[in-house]
Structures are given as C-alpha cells and as structure tokens.
Design a protein around this ligand. Structure first.
Ligand SMILES: Nc1ncnc2c1ncn2[C@@H]1O[C@H](COP(=O)(O)OP(=O)(O)O)[C@@H](O)[C@H]1O
Ligand SMILES: [Mg+2]
Length: 277
C-alpha cells in the first residue's frame, strides 16, 4: 500500500435493524483535503464515525475493505481503536459546547491526549500545549490554559477542539461540520485555520460540510452523498460546472452573499430518483 493512502474503503454498507443507511460506498483519501457533502440524513456522519470506530453498536457494518492509515480496521478491537484515535487519526465535531468537558480547564483538556499517548515529561507537555494553543491562533496561552470552556466564545472553543485534535500530531483529521455552530464571520476563519494547519503538517482532511462555497475554497476534491450512496466525486475547482445533475443543483442551491434575499432553486427529487435509482 502506498504510504500516502490514508483511507481506503470499499463496499462499505451500514444497516440499522430496519433500514439501509449507507449503501456500498467506496473511496480513497491521501494527504489531501477532501470534502463530503450532501443533504441532511444522507449518511455523512455515519461514514465519518465508521472511520473513527465510533459507530453505534446497534448498527450493522459490512465492508470489503476498511483500511485506515495502513491498519485493517475491520479487525480492530476497542483497545486498538483508542490507540489509533489517540495517535494517527483525530476528529473535530460540530459544537464545542458539547464536546469540551465543562469541569476541566482548557490546559488540562489539551494536555490529556499527550498524557494518555505520549511519553513526555510534564514540562515538555506544558510546552507543547502552549505551542499548540498558539498554532490555533489563541492569544495568551499561559492564561487561557487556566480557563474553563464556559469562559470561551464559540470560535475560541472550536480552536481549542482543534488543538486537542492535533496535539498528538495525527496524519488524518476528520471534521464533521466543524463550523456549523459558529456565526458566519467566524466560519471562514476557522476553516481557513484548519486548511492551513492540514497543509503545514502535510495531513489528510475529510471535511463534512453543508457549505459548498466553503468547500470549493478550502478543499481539493469533493464527494457527494445522496441517500447513503456516493453519487459523484469531482475536483473542487469543477463544482461550478459540475456535470452531474445532483451536484450542479446542490451548487446552484448554495446560499451566498450574491444570492442573499433571492429565491434559491429547489431540488427536483422526482427527476433525480428517476435517473439515479
Ligand atoms: N444509531 C442510529 N440508528 C438508526 N438510524 C440511524 C442511527 N444513526 C443515524 N441513523 C440514520 O442514518 C441516516 C444517516 O445519518 P447521518 O449519517 O447522521 O446523516 P448526515 O448525512 O446528516 O450526517 C439518517 O437517516 C439517520 O436517521
Ligand atoms: Mg451529520
């Protein structure tokens, strides 16, 4: 397997007791920025959670291949998943309000993955935490380390989440709608930061997003999901003239400053289902 293949998935299917939720999807991700887009309920989060070993045990997973950073994830036990998540793969979720521990200081929470997964001295850990907080653009790390999550704004909270995710120097970051809880101005700043850090550290990124404008600016490739299937994969630069009708409608439906106040086009679901079922 080439070193640069971070995710290699083939024939991934996820079922609940009564529904097919993800339907035989396959994709590969290297050291590149890939977006996963699609409407709500299309299976994006289930796919991301599968790659982190965090799928609910009530769901049934099947795959021909599930390779994550060179590891065959189909045979991993919970212990191995914890190891993988703490070292090579990291995840940022939607809302820092629910992901940060309200009873622990920021410093404690950013340091914790190092305590669990690295053999560094206390002083070395503190230094790394300071460097990481600085790298995610948080001012005065020394003071910030003593604070609690409720004392931070949403944008700062998401930067802290990013610091926690990256402190162990993972090679792959999975970000599930990392900016959807933030206000508009902050979204682009946080996305630009994620992009810069991923580039600087030569990592791979799987970004789940609703915001096609954002995706086209910060990602290199796009995968489009619809009802549990990957309908289309294309370079992000081609979003504006996508040939697949679903992708081009998604692009046309994106809200932007230019279309503010105008009526947006609506998906013609009946036509789609006729063509792609
Ligand atoms: N634990 C679960 N049990 C049963 N159905 C689930 C579970 N988690 C998600 N689903 C269903 O799977 C589908 C895809 O969910 P999800 O991956 O969260 O979509 P999204 O693309 O919005 O992230 C949805 O219809 C959702 O209701
Ligand atoms: Mg989701």
């Amino acid at each position: 397997m080439p070193n640069d293949l971070l995710i290699d998935v083939q024939g991934l299917t996820i079922r609940s007791d009564d529904a097919l939720l993800v339907d035989n999807i396959g994709f590969q991700i290297g050291r590149e920025r890939v977006a996963l887009v699609g409407e709500s309920g299309s299976g994006k989060s289930l796919t991301a959670r599968t790659l982190m070993g965090l799928l609910s045990p009530s769901l049934h997973l099947q795959a021909e291949r599930l390779q994550i950073v060179g590891t065959d994830a189909l045979s991993l036990r919970e212990r191995d998943w914890i190891q993988l998540r703490g070292s090579k793969v990291a995840m940022v979720m939607q809302d820092p309000k629910y992901a940060l521990n309200p009873t622990r200081t920021i410093g404690w929470q950013v340091e914790e993955p190092l305590v669990l997964h690295h053999k560094l001295s206390r002083a070395e850990r503190k230094e790394k935490v300071c460097e990481m907080l600085d790298a995610v653009g948080l001012p005065d790390p020394g003071q910030l380390m003593k604070r609690y999550p409720h004392q931070l704004s949403g944008g700062m909270g998401q930067r802290v989440m990013l610091a926690i995710a990256l402190i162990t120097d993972p090679v792959l970051l999975i970000a599930d709608e990392p900016t959807s809880a933030l206000d508009h101005a902050m979204r682009d700043q946080v996305l630009a930061l994620i992009r810069r850090l991923v580039e600087q550290r030569n990592m791979g990124l799987l970004l789940i997003s609703h915001d096609l404008q954002q995706v086209s600016e910060h990602c290199e490739r796009v995968m489009v999901m619809y009802q549990g299937r990957v309908l289309d994969t294309l370079p992000a630069s081609e979003l504006s003239n996508a040939s697949h009708p679903y992708t081009s409608t998604l692009w046309a439906c994106r809200p932007s400053k230019a279309t503010h106040g105008e009526r947006l086009p609506v998906l013609d679901r009946a036509a789609l289902e006729k063509n792609y079922d």
